[in-house]
Design a protein around this ligand. Sequence first.
Ligand SMILES: CC(C)(COP(=O)(O)OP(=O)(O)OC[C@H]1O[C@@H](n2cnc3c(N)ncnc32)[C@H](O)[C@@H]1OP(=O)(O)O)[C@@H](O)C(=O)NCCC(=O)NCCS
Length: 160
Amino acid sequence: MLIREAAAGDWPRIWPFWHRIVAAGETYTWDPDTDEEAARALWMAPAKRVYVAEDDSGGIVGSAFVTPNYGGPAARIANAGFMVDPDRAGRGVGRALAEHILASAEAEGYRGMVFNAVVETNPAVRLWMSLGFTIVGTIPEAYDHPRFGAVGLHVMYRAL
Ligand SMILES: CC(C)(COP(=O)(O)OP(=O)(O)OC[C@H]1O[C@@H](n2cnc3c(N)ncnc32)[C@H](O)[C@@H]1OP(=O)(O)O)[C@@H](O)C(=O)NCCC(=O)NCCS
């Protein structure tokens, strides 16, 4: 697997799994009905450094971004987002993307990384904790999960 910076032309191969994940409404705070142009503006925004994971045949199996979470004097705290094609989940792509992003963010001079809204029922919580993130706090019953009802949103942080 290769992890590289995304090019604008990669978007059509990110969109199908982006759409599937957001439409499911279980992990992100974006509108499940977000259309392709709005999705591209969110994921490929100029302020974001976007990466893709390619399998051995050149297929894009996941994507991630890093961006400043705050501005001004706090701009060295990063935010990041991760998506792995659900058909390719559970095979180490997410962990590899996360390790790559953490190393890249540190090399770029970020001092820490924060996730603003991790749905508490998301199995990814375990992945983030295994990578050294801690739960700073939880916004109770903030997220209407289609299967579990109102669940909390964790703010998670790791120093770099
Ligand atoms: C979260 C996500 C990026 C993880 O990617 P992945 O390629 O499936 O994860 P990996 O195969 O690298 O697994 C990493 C670890 O997470 C755990 N994990 C990931 N998905 C899991 C699931 N659905 N159920 C149980 N455990 C899971 C595994 O225990 C694994 O641990 P290990 O490395 O010790 O075996 C991916 O599932 C995804 O895109 N989910 C939807 C979007 C999302 O939730 N993004 C993160 C928002 S905070």
